[in-house]
Design a protein around this ligand. Sequence first.
Ligand SMILES: Nc1nc2c(c(=O)[nH]1)N[C@H]1C(S)=C(S)[C@@H](COP(=O)(O)O)O[C@H]1N2
Ligand SMILES: [Mo]
Length: 393
Amino acid sequence: MPGIRGPSEYSQEPPRHPCLKINSKEPFNAEPPRPALISSYVTPVDFFYKRNHGPIPIVDDMERYSISITGLIDNPKQLFMKDIWNLPKYNVAATLQCAGNRRTAMSKTRTVKGVGWDVAAIGNAVWGGAKLADVLELVGIPKLTSVTPSGGKHVEFVSIDKCKEENGGSYKASIPLSQATNPVADVLVAYEMNGEPLNRDHGYPLRVVVPGVIGARSVKWLDSITIITEECQGFFMQRDYKMFPPSVNWENINWSSRRPQMDFPVQCAICSLEDVNIVNPGKITIKGYAVSGGGRGIERVDLSIDGGKTWVEATRYQKAGVPYIADDMSSDKWAWVFFEANVDIPKSAEIVAKAVDIAANVQPENVESIWNLRGILNTSWHRVEVRVGRSNM
Ligand SMILES: Nc1nc2c(c(=O)[nH]1)N[C@H]1C(S)=C(S)[C@@H](COP(=O)(O)O)O[C@H]1N2
Ligand SMILES: [Mo]
């Protein structure tokens, strides 16, 4: 671990924007207010949710900082920042979403375990860095490899932070080698976020970004990459971030019965309104984000102002002046879309939003059907209440 260290207490945390809603202080977990989240298509770093499992690592010496690439390969290597900088640089717009986004709403049905997130454990950034496929070529693994001659099938990313879930060990995760060596999958070893060097909260100096996959696999503060036969056996792959049916509880859970969650499902949330709102009679603008995993575009966003009886379609956009077409070359395939509609609110109403992705995947109507004990992947229809009051004019 040259040049970087993971402290075991919280006395040297970085500064953070005061607008963030703190869900847990140590480790630091926070999200922006709903309106701030949709104030721009590319989320400013200050407003980007922060999801940590331990104290933020500290770089003491950038000259000495290096990552090791080892495991089932012939030529293990140490790579320094300059080796990563020397590779072709890519800028990829990708939305990162915590699997626990919208957990608080799920916990209203039945208690779940985990950090209580509202709808903003998500953000969209332009990540700058080298493609993991190019990095792995430096150790002799060709593009589009699914198994190395010595039997390596997964790529494990190990960090330097100290997490209690790992009994003081590092955060780690893995992805399949076939995805890691596929340039089209856009997996990055990133050193920039929105054109600036990564800040400490988001993984300085190097993090992995796995587009279209739950945030948990985008390991921050990279220390080593290991080529392994089986997927990573770490806590966050094997005993967390798995989707269980509503019948599973803490007594009958069998962690090994489920695969680690990778792609995230289709999701959307209204961000221009809170759970309960008092508005004047007349038109209001409903605005929010929609996103799907695996690089699938958003085909449609439906809005209802009568609790889901009737629907209208919202407009979708990414960049101003560029019409959004799902899965078109002109769209950012790994990024969210914003949606917007101007609707007339004649009386108090329940406003509902639901998105459809390009594979015609839809969001479940009720949270009960997808309830799970860890409270992950709440993609149920997003509902907010609007009460029409009298203005004081
Ligand atoms: N080393 C390390 N990487 C990590 C984590 C962590 O705690 N430690 N949290 C993961 C989770 S659960 C998420 S959702 C994302 C959050 O990234 P962000 O804080 O940059 O938004 O980082 C992932 N990578
Ligand atoms: Mo997460």
